[in-house]
Design a protein around this ligand. Structure first.
Ligand SMILES: [Mn+2]
Length: 189
């Protein structure tokens, strides 16, 4: 079972994450930001993982620290759970339409971490700039490269389509379908 727990505490936030990449199961997400909870529950559901996240952040300042630190903790938990990446497909992609919106996502579980994003995201339940910051922070802490292209009229749909497309691409990329490390370098972590 590829599973992990990761906790991180700063002067600004306290975040705990538990994830299991090989078992669909309980999804409990409470970050204090209901819209972010909605996005992360959707990610867990469509990526078929068990996920628990509890975050307490300085929301009296604004959402920024909490969004960022949830992304750090989730990224690190997933990186630990992926282990040495042996036998994984490594690459995955998805196109998810959601009414007026569409998101295209490609994933490479490369051991590096970089967000390549196209398209504008307006503010919804979180700010558009924090949506991008979430994925950028997640990429750098998980060692996963993500290409994300989004467009649409309704910002809730745009963000939700993006989380779903990432979920489906990650579901494919983390599947164990072979033997050995799928890299000419011999390492992915
Ligand atoms: Mn929704």
């Amino acid at each position: 079972m590829r599973e992990a727990e990761f906790s991180r505490e700063t002067e600004e936030t306290r975040v705990s994450v538990a994830v299991n990449l090989d078992r669909e199961g309980e999804i409990n997400v409470d970050t204090g930001i209901p819209f972010l909870d909605h996005m992360l529950k959707s990610f867990a559901k469509h990526s078929k993982i068990a996920l628990s996240i509890k975050a307490e952040g300085d929301l009296e300042v604004d959402e920024h620290h909490t969004v960022e630190d949830v992304a750090i903790a989730l990224g690190r938990a997933i990186s630990i759970a992926l282990g040495n990446r042996e036998g994984i497909k490594r690459f995955g992609n998805a196109i998810v339409p959601m009414d007026d919106a569409v998101a295209i996502c490609g994933v490479d579980i490369s051991g590096r971490g970089y967000l390549n994003m196209e398209g504008k995201v307006k503010d919804s339940g979180i700010r558009g700039e924090n949506f991008e910051h979430f994925f950028d922070t997640f990429c750098r802490n998980s060692g996963i490269n993500v290409y994300l292209n989004v467009k649409g009229k309704n910002s809730h749909h745009v963000m939700e389509a993006a989380f779903k497309a990432f979920a489906v691409a990650f579901l494919e990329a983390r599947k164990v379908s072979g033997k050995g490390i799928p890299s000419t370098k011999g390492v992915l972590d």
